[in-house]
Design a protein around this ligand. Structure first.
Ligand SMILES: C[S@@+](CC[C@H](N)C(=O)[O-])C[C@H]1O[C@@H](n2cnc3c(N)ncnc32)[C@H](O)[C@@H]1O
Length: 228
C-alpha cells in the first residue's frame, strides 16, 4: 500500500499501528492473496474480479468487516468490495470470510477515495456504504471527514442511476452535517419523504463502533439516498 504524498494531503484516516492477533497475522499471510485485489489494476473490472455480473456494493472503511460479513451472507447474489487501510480489521474480515466460505467478498487495502477516483469506472457501483466513519470531532480536524461535497460528487459519478449511498453515524453533529449536504445536492433523492434519517435496514448490523456509541448514550443516524 503506497500513498503519493504529493497528491491528496488531507486523508480521512491516520494509519494506526494496531496490534494484530496471531490469527489475524496468519490470515493476512495466508488468505490475503485469495481475497485481496492487489495490485489494483488501472481500471477495476468487476466482472473479471468477481466472475459474474452481480451488483457490487462498496463498503468504505469496513473496520473489522462486521457489516460485510453480515450482508454477504444474506445477499449471496451481491458482490461485496471492502476498502480499508487498518490491517488488523482486514485480518478479521479474512478469518470470518474463510470460516463462512464467502465467495462474494473482495478487499482492497488502500485509501477508498483514491481507489474510487483513479480505478473505478463511472456508473459501476450499485451501493456505497459508509458506516461510522471517523467523526473527527475537533473543529480543526473537520476537513478530514470523508463525507464532503467532493466525496458526494465522486460517489454520484461511481454509482449507477438508482444506486444507493448509505451513511450511518453515532455522532449527531456529523450526521446533521451530512443530511444538510445531501439536501442541497441535486443528484440524490432521500428515501425518506422529509429528507431525514432512516431506520436501520436489514443489511446493516449493529457494529462494534455503534455499540460503543450506545454505551456513551449516542444515537444512531442512518441516511439512505439514491442517485437520481
Ligand atoms: C470508526 S471506523 C468504522 C468501522 C466500520 N465501518 C464499522 O461501522 O464498524 C472507520 C474506519 O474507516 C477507515 N477509513 C477511514 N478513511 C478511510 C479511507 N479513506 N479509505 C479506507 N478506509 C478508511 C479507518 O481505518 C477505520 O477503520
Amino acid at each position: 500500500m503506497q500513498f503519493d504524498s504529493k497528491e491528496r494531503q488531507i486523508r480521512s484516516f491516520v494509519l494506526r499501528k494496531g496490534k494484530m492477533t496471531t490469527g489475524q497475522r496468519k490470515a493476512v499471510e495466508e488468505l490475503l492473496p485469495q481475497y485481496a485485489i492487489d495490485p489494483v489494476p488501472k481500471q477495476l473490472n468487476f466482472h473479471t474480479i468477481f466472475g459474474n455480473d452481480n451488483p457490487v456494493w462498496l463498503d468504505i472503511g469496513f473496520g473489522n468487516g462486521e457489516s460485510i460479513i453480515h450482508a454477504a451472507q444474506i445477499y449471496p447474489d451481491v458482490n461485496f468490495l471492502g476498502i480499508e487501510v487498518h490491517l488488523p480489521g482486514v485480518g478479521h474480515l479474512l478469518i470470518e470470510s474463510e470460516k463462512l466460505g464467502l465467495n462474494n467478498v473482495k478487499i482492497i487495502r488502500n485509501d477508498a477515495v483514491d481507489m474510487m477516483t483513479k480505478h473505478m469506472s463511472n456508473d459501476s457501483l450499485d451501493a456505497v456504504h459508509v458506516y461510522f466513519p471517523d467523526p473527527w470531532h475537533k473543529k480543526r480536524h473537520h476537513k478530514r471527514r470523508i463525507i464532503n461535497p467532493e466525496f458526494l460528487a465522486l460517489t454520484t459519478d461511481k454509482l449507477k442511476t438508482g444506486g444507493r449511498l448509505h451513511y450511518a453515524s453515532d455522532w449527531e453533529p456529523y450526521a446533521i452535517e451530512v443530511k444538510e449536504l445531501l439536501s442541497v445536492t441535486n443528484t440524490f433523492k432521500n428515501t425518506q419523504a422529509d429528507g431525514g434519517f432512516s431506520d436501520r435496514p436489514e443489511w446493516r448490523p449493529v457494529t462494534k463502533f455503534e455499540r460503543r456509541g450506545q454505551k456513551l448514550n449516542h444515537g444512531s443516524y442512518d441516511l439512505i439516498v439514491h442517485k437520481i
